[in-house]
Ligand binder design. Structure first.
Ligand code: SAH
Length: 204
C-alpha cells in the first residue's frame, strides 16, 4: 500500500465520541499516523512483525500497522469506550487487531502482551497529568526492542535522560500535529502543535 493510499484509508478512522481531557485523548491525524507507520515499514519494523500500540485510542496506529502487513497487532487502552470505537474502526477497514482494555501501569500487562517486535504509540504528552507518558515508555521498553513514539517538540532531552541505560534514540523526525478543537479550554479551531517522532532502540 502506498503512503497516500494509507493516509486516505486512515482518514476513515472514527475519532473519540466524547474525548476525556484527563486521558489526553487526541486522535493522531491521518497524515501524521501514516508518516510514522510508513517510516517504520521502510525500516522493516512492521511487515511480518508482532506490533503493539500502547494507548491505542480509536485505533488509527494499530489499524494502519495491520493494513501494512504486520503479523499480529495488539492495541491497549484504558478507556473501554475508545476500545469499542477502535474495534468498529478495525472492522470497517478490515484490519485484524486485538484490542485490550487495560491501564499501561498494570504490572500484568508485560505478560499479557508477551514479546513484541515493535511498539508504536502516541502517548499522553503529560500536559494534563504530569509524567503521564512515563509508564508508556517503561512498558514499551519492557515489551519491545524497537519503539516509535510521538512526543511534543522539544521532548528529546527528557526522553534521552529518562531512558538512559535502557534505550537510545536512534532517529528523530519532526512533524506537525494539526489538532482540532477538542476541549473547552482550546481557544482555536485548529492548533498546530510541533511534534517529534522518535525511534528508540532498546539496549541489549
Ligand atoms: N493512539 C491513539 C490515541 C492517542 S491519545 C491515536 O494515535 O489516535 C492517548 C490515548 O492514551 C488515549 O486513548 C487514552 O485513553 C490512552 N491512555 C491514557 N492513559 C492511559 C493509561 N494509563 N493506560 C492506557 N491507556 C491510556
Amino acid at each position: 500500500m502506498k503512503l497516500k493510499r494509507l493516509e486516505m484509508t486512515l482518514q476513515r478512522v472514527a475519532g473519540f465520541s466524547s474525548p476525556r481531557p484527563a486521558l489526553e485523548q487526541y486522535q493522531t491525524p491521518a497524515p501524521l499516523a501514516a508518516r510514522l507507520l510508513y517510516h517504520a515499514l521502510m525500516k522493516g519494523d512492521i511487515e511480518g512483525k508482532v506490533v503493539c500500540d500502547l494507548g491505542s485510542g480509536t485505533g488509527v496506529l494499530a489499524i494502519g500497522a495491520a493494513l501494512l502487513g504486520a503479523a499480529s497487532v495488539k492495541g491497549v487502552d484504558v478507556d473501554k469506550k475508545a476500545v469499542d470505537i477502535a474495534c468498529a474502526n478495525a472492522k470497517l477497514l478490515d484490519a485484524d487487531v486485538e484490542f485490550i482494555v487495560a491501564d499501561v501501569k498494570d504490572q500484568n500487562l508485560t505478560d499479557v502482551l508477551g514479546f513484541c517486535d515493535t511498539v508504536i504509540m502516541n502517548p499522553p504528552f503529560g500536559a494534563q497529568k504530569v509524567h503521564a507518558d512515563r509508564p508508556f515508555i517503561d512498558l514499551a521498553i519492557s515489551v519491545a526492542p524497537i519503539i516509535y513514539a510521538i512526543f511534543n517538540a522539544g521532548s528529546t532531552p527528557f526522553i534521552k535522560t529518562y531512558t538512559t541505560g535502557r534505550a537510545e534514540i536512534d532517529e528523530r523526525v519532526g512533524g506537525v500535529f494539526a489538532m482540532k478543537r477538542t476541549f473547552s479550554f482550546h481557544t482555536q479551531d485548529i492548533q498546530e502543535i510541533g511534534v517529534e517522532i522518535l525511534r528508540l532502540k532498546r539496549k541489549k
